[in-house]
Design a protein around this ligand. Structure first.
Ligand code: TXE
Length: 480
């Protein structure tokens, strides 16, 4: 069992109050680690550490800081297999996913932001009699709060741009998935990054997370998590005029037009519904299908979903692992019960699989397909964040757009059609931050990532991240 500590000012330390929180493998319900139950005192120590180091870190050139990012990427890459395994054990996700998505992207995030920052050119605007030079200055201390679904992937997505732009960091990973954040601290420690530049604090969100957001000397908050928590974060940080970025939940529509090439795309549509057991904010949980192909789609989709292998997350062939916890499973199961009360029919799944092995106590849930629900029902409009999709029919394209836009969320959508022009026209009418046409989660790290409405505020990704993690200053100089 792993006894994880905070990482403050270049040292691994317990929380001031010496209290701990247990951490479990959700696939077996076994205790695998303890983490400090940190409080505002630990956040204060991390702020003090940042204050000691921020001047020297901010004075390094971008090229020098980018070299640190490359070193971190190299070291993470050496531990690729370990990261994949730890992420699987801590989250319950299939090892193939941990390798292809979590571990791969964590390394890529550091390399990508190192290259991007090195090649960033400061903008200049010339006037007849003067020149404006825009410079990116560090913001100061960045508070980074991350969720449990993609632990190191999302943490590295924030740590890399925050560091390269010259900020000092206090990171707070989810209390449910602390292990790979600790591995990142080990890597940073081994490499000898200047003390106090990167600090990691573990604990509950409403305790140390809240203390982080409300600390007056922390200048920026980048948060990924639930919409309800995002509201609390915004309410606390906005009156203090902190820079805030909020990546929140979604209830994304998958729109399947009558000319969609189902045979070619069905695997991708299934993937968009159930990747990571549906615990990706971008998963399409409402599938809108043109009525002329509704029956054939249902048949193909059900057949494909029923062949998915669910079980041991460390088995190479597993496609669906466990959910993050039994508590979350209960929330998911309650939505399935609600769907029945709301008049829905379970076409597939809707149960815990029966395992008579180590996984009997694990948080496994069958991939679940629900049909026959009103698109305005609670099941079809509230974020479930699990392996559950609802399927709805439409006739006119305008109707599909109206259904897609009918929730409070606006993160992402996907459109499946052989008519790319029509797909593009529909995409522009959707109230979401991102739309994929004939693909899903096809990521170019340069593009803006984020949502509208209750799905968040601001954009991260590429230069959007570099600008968010810096203060833009305009210097206007009169010509001689
Ligand atoms: O998220 P939380 P949870 C959604 C999804 C899920 C729901 C709840 O709907 O069911 O969120 O998941 C920290 N001040 N997403 O409970 O609570 C917390 O410790 C500061 C979508 O994990 O929002 C953790 O580090 N911080 C999402 C982080 O916030 C606080 C991915 C996220 O936890 C805090 C995951 C507070 N008051 C869940 N309270 C996505 N969009 O990717 C909690 N935290």
């Amino acid at each position: 069992m792993n006894s994880i500590q905070n990482y403050i000012n270049g040292e691994f330390v317990s929380s001031k109050n010496d209290e701990c929180i247990d951490n479990f493998n959700p696939a077996t319900n076994e205790k695998i680690a303890t983490i400090p139950r940190s409080s505002s005192q630990d956040i204060q120590n991390a702020v003090d550490a940042c204050n000691l180091s921020k001047s020297s870190w901010s004075k390094l050139s971008i090229t020098e800081r980018a070299e640190w990012l490359d070193k971190i990427a190299d070291e993470l890459e050496k531990r690729f297999e370990e990261i994949s395994k730890l992420e699987s054990i801590d989250t319950g996700k299939p090892i193939s996913l941990s390798r292809n998505v979590d571990a791969t992207r964590s390394v890529n995030n550091f390399r990508f932001f190192a290259d991007l920052a090195r090649n960033m050119e400061n903008k200049k605007f010339e006037m007849k009699d003067a020149i404006n030079n825009i410079v990116n200055k560090p913001v100061g201390i960045a508070g980074l709060i991350t969720p449990w679904n993609l632990p190191l992937y999302l943490l590295s997505w924030k740590v890399a741009p925050a560091l390269v732009m010259g900020n000092c960091i206090i990171a707070k990973p989810s209390e449910l998935t602390p292990i790979t954040a600790n591995l990142l601290a080990e890597v940073i420690h081994k490499l000898g990054l200047p003390k106090g530049v990167f600090n990691l604090i573990h604990g509950y969100g409403n305790e140390c997370g809240q203390a982080l957001v409300s600390h007056p000397e922390i200048n920026l908050i980048s948060f990924t998590g639930g919409t309800k928590t995002g509201k609390i974060v915004a309410k606390t940080a906005a009156p203090m005029f902190k820079k805030i970025s909020l990546e929140l939940g979604g209830k994304n529509a998958t729109i399947i037009l009558k000319d969609a090439d189902l045979n070619s795309h069905i695997d991708n549509i299934v993937r968009s519904s159930f990747l990571n057991q549906g615990q990706v904010c971008l998963c399409g949980s409402r599938i809108l299908v043109h009525e002329s192909i509704y029956s054939s789609f249902l048949e193909l989709f059900k057949q494909s979903v029923s062949s998915m292998k669910i079980g041991d997350p460390l088995d190479e062939n597993t496609q669906l692992g466990s959910l993050i916890s039994n508590e979350h499973l209960e929330k998911v199961d309650n939505y399935v019960k609600l769907a029945i009360e709301e008049g829905g029919e379970i076409l597939y799944g809707g149960q815990r699989p029966n395992f008579n092995n180590n996984f009997a106590e694990g948080a496994f849930y069958e991939p679940t397909i629900i049909v026959g629900l009103d698109y305005k029902s609670r099941t079809a409009t509230e974020e479930i964040f699990g392996p559950v999709v609802t399927i709805h029919k439409f006739n006119e394209i305008e109707e599909a757009i109206q259904i897609a836009n009918s929730t409070n969320y606006g993160l992402a959508a996907s459109i499946w059609t052989q008519d790319a022009t029509l797909g593009g026209d529909i995409a522009e009418k959707l109230d979401t931050g991102m739309v994929w046409i004939n693909c899903w989660l096809h990521r170019d790290l340069r593009v803006p990532f984020g949502g509208v409405k209750n799905s968040g505020l601001g954009r991260e990704g590429g230069l959007y991240s570099l600008n968010f993690f810096s203060e833009l200053q305009n210097i206007c100089t009169m010509n001689d």
